[in-house]
Design a protein. Structure first.
Length: 287
């Protein structure tokens, strides 16, 4: 813990306090584990979603993703299927029996996704939408908070503090890159944020190398680097036909690429002393 007074109270690491394990269904994220979240950026069609989920499961993912609502920079870009995609998510979630992670853009979305989403995600563009954070906290579901692309680590942790102060410590942070002067990547993936957050907070922190780089070729090196840096997991996009994806095709891995990445991540996670199935053993629970 840094030697200064912490601006956040409930999410701050305190001396001797163990790192958190956040329970998601029958899985755990955090202390002693390494979680692979994988799947679709957006729910598009039943076939696309099924293929993305199969690829994720083959790669060893223990949580699936697939958004019904997309927060796009342009109002003319695909905004997600919304309510029309709920049954597709329900089907894949039943099929694999794994927790589902998806973004909500507005408190009204919480009711719509209540039966099919296990972790509600607040995206980078909404990181300081404090009323949304409070409503997510009250939903009873774990909340994943992406780092805003112009947010400092303290601002990110204060966003988490809003959720904690509203009654829920089931919070998972996710680094997804920040805006810098460097145009070669979509964002500059701030991997140093991982150990910084882990010194300041007990909360688990994942890394999203897909949105963090915007480029398929960079996803594997940055995912491996995230695991080596001690991230509690990574979240990765996969698409059966990236060229025709309605959202973020250039950063989506192909199923075979995700399988190869999953195998390497498992080795690295085990090598760094983490379990990869998300099932907390008593030793992990005490960690
Ligand atoms: C996403 O994960 O699909 C996403 C939109 O990410 P971010 O909020 O980090 O841009
Ligand atoms: Mn995306």
């Amino acid at each position: 813990m840094d030697e200064r007074e912490s601006p956040y109270k409930l999410v701050a690491a305190s001396d001797g306090q163990s790192r958190s394990l956040v329970r998601v269904g029958d899985r755990f994220v955090g202390a002693g584990t390494f979680t692979l979240v994988a799947g679709a950026c957006a729910v598009e069609t039943p076939e696309q979603l099924a293929a993305a989920c199969e690829a994720a499961v083959v790669a060893g993912a223990t949580m699936l993703r697939g958004d019904l609502f997309k927060h796009r920079t342009s109002p003319y870009a695909f905004q997600g299927l919304g309510a029309d995609g709920v049954e597709m998510v329900a089907e894949q979630r039943r099929r694999f029996g794994l927790p589902w992670v998806a973004e909500v853009l507005d408190p009204r979305h919480l009711e719509l996704v209540a039966d099919v989403v296990d972790v509600v995600r607040v995206g980078a563009r909404n990181m300081q939408h404090f009323e949304l954070l409070k409503e997510c906290a009250r939903s009873g579901k774990p909340v994943m908070i992406k780092r805003g692309f112009s947010a400092t680590i303290d601002e990110w942790l204060l966003a988490a503090e809003y959720v904690a102060a509203s009654g829920s410590l089931d919070i998972i942070l996710c680094e997804r890159g920040i805006r810098t002067f460097e145009p070669s990547t979509r964002n500059t993936l701030d991997l140093s944020a991982v150990p910084v957050v882990q010194r300041r907070s007990h909360l688990p922190v994942l890394v999203d190398p897909s949105h963090g780089t915007g480029s398929r070729a960079l996803v594997e090196p940055m995912a491996l680097a995230a695991a080596a840096a001690g991230a509690d997991g990574v979240m990765v996009d996969v698409h059966p036909h990236p060229a025709s994806a309605r959202c973020d095709g250039p950063q989506a891995l192909l199923p075979g690429e995700l399988a190869a990445l999953g195998a390497r991540l498992r080795e690295l996670a085990v090598w760094t002393g983490r379990t990869v199935d998300g099932r907390a053993t008593p030793a992990v629970k005490e960690a």
